[in-house]
Design a protein. Structure first.
Length: 258
């Protein structure tokens, strides 16, 4: 690797597995110092120690992104353990898929608390420090649900549309202070969530095959492929990229029909 992220002190949420873990591994390989947040205490400790064993500067804590007090405390702890945060990757999220009229108030609230308010809680907590340092980068992990709609996935697309709106709004608001705010929009990625989705069908292998057929290349992304893009967008290699969203879906959202 090339130390492309040397000097970056990055907070990553949902960092113990899936896309978040792949991003953490890629950022560590590129010389970043990391502060990892997740709800799974055991998995978080295991993966953080593995990164430390590889030579990375790592801090970590268990916290819910819905708890602004806990997140603010995490930012303070990060400053002590790895130095003031100058980049944020809002990765943590949850699938909440229903038919609209079957969506309970509780599920609606859970969707927005985690997928939107959680990202804002983390951004709000790190933004003053990033501005004080003269700037930095914030990256929101959105989804192709941010601009396309799949029936029976309500209200998840609403939250991701809103996350994209927040990305654009904050990018414009703080551009003059040296802060870049961007988003990544993965399509299907081979994470445990997707595997669980396939396993929810009577014939998981058939469900998997149908997913693959949707994609022009006949396959879905790996977490590592998403992580490569995250490294680029958090690095200084795209200093004029701001308030935008990069799709990584193998062309899925472009084609009108599979």
């Amino acid at each position: 690797m090339t130390d492309r992220l040397n000097g970056k002190r990055i907070m990553i949420t949902g960092a113990a597995q899936g896309i978040g873990l792949a991003i953490a591994q890629a950022c560590a390989n590129e010389g970043a110092s990391l502060f990892l947040i997740d709800l799974d205490a055991g998995l978080l400790e295991t993966e953080a120690k593995a990164l430390q064993a590889g030579g990375a500067a790592i801090g970590y804590t268990v916290a819910s992104i819905t708890d602004i007090t806990a997140i603010s405390a995490a930012v303070e702890r990060a400053a002590t353990e790895i130095g003031p945060i100058n980049a944020m990757i809002n990765n943590a999220g949850v699938n909440v898929f229903h038919e609209p009229l079957e969506t309970s108030d509780e599920e609606w609230q859970r969707c927005f608390d985690i997928n939107l308010k959680g990202a804002w809680n983390c951004t709000k907590a790190v933004l003053p420090g990033i501005i004080a340092q003269g700037g930095g980068a914030i990256l929101n992990i959105a989804s192709t649900h941010a601009f396309t709609i799949i029936p029976k996935t309500f209200p998840y697309p609403l939250a991701k549309h809103a996350l994209l709106g927040m990305t654009r709004s904050l990018g414009l608001e703080y551009a003059g202070k040296g802060v870049r705010v961007n988003a990544l929009a993965p399509g299907y990625v081979s994470t445990q969530k997707v595997i669980d989705y396939w396993n929810s069908f009577p014939d998981p292998e058939a469900a998997r095959a149908e997913t693959m057929k949707l994609h022009p290349g006949g396959r879905i992304a790996t977490p590592e492929e998403i992580a490569l893009a995250a490294v680029f967008m958090i690095s200084d290699e795209c200093p004029f990229m701001n308030a935008t969203c990069l799709k990584i879906d193998g062309g899925l959202s472009v084609q009108q029909h599979p």
